[in-house]
Design a protein around this ligand. Sequence first.
Ligand code: ITT
Length: 203
Amino acid sequence: MTRRRLILATENEHKVREIRELLADLDIEVAHLGERDAPPELTETGATFADNAREKALAVARATGEPALADDSGLMVDALGGAPGVRSARYAGEGASGAELCAKLLREMADVPDNERTARFVCALSLCGPVGEIGRWEGRVEGVITREPRGDGGFGYDPVFYYPPERLTFAQMPPERKNAVSHRGRALQAFRADLPAVLARLG
Ligand code: ITT
């Protein structure tokens, strides 16, 4: 039997690394867009993580003719009414660095008291073939926004996302610890649980 191949519909190299680690033990080749000469453009016009993940996966599946897995994710802060949410990557302007995203968030939350700094990371995964969506999965993880960045691992908002069970920010946790509990890790666990059915649908 030929080895299964999935294309990751993402331009974010940090997501590629984490997803590859989380699927490393499976007999699936995980390719990504950066390995292609002319990758299709990824747009996000939806109002939800799930809609945006589907939009990205479908675009890549149609352009390549192969199954594509997309991750749309972000941070939802209670004191900000769920922001930055689906705008997490653009919250500090197009192309902002992780440090800029964290700085902007900490500025917006300067007056928020410690007991109101709750937040969650959300990850929506969508697997599409050229004719439509094959499956969708979601993972969440609850945490608290710190008052200053801590740690230099991870990416994006990891330095300001404190995970109470470990008493560390995601940026202070080794990659495998973050993956074990993160929104992305949990979404991929759900994906893995459905894998036999998914592979059957891929034919
Ligand atoms: P693609 O659309 O190409 O996948 P992106 O980075 O634009 O890449 P999103 O639109 O899903 O992806 O934006 C997600 C943003 O949310 C991401 O850029 C980070 O700022 C943040 N984010 C998501 N997962 C995160 C994680 O595990 N740790 C820290 N920040 C995260």
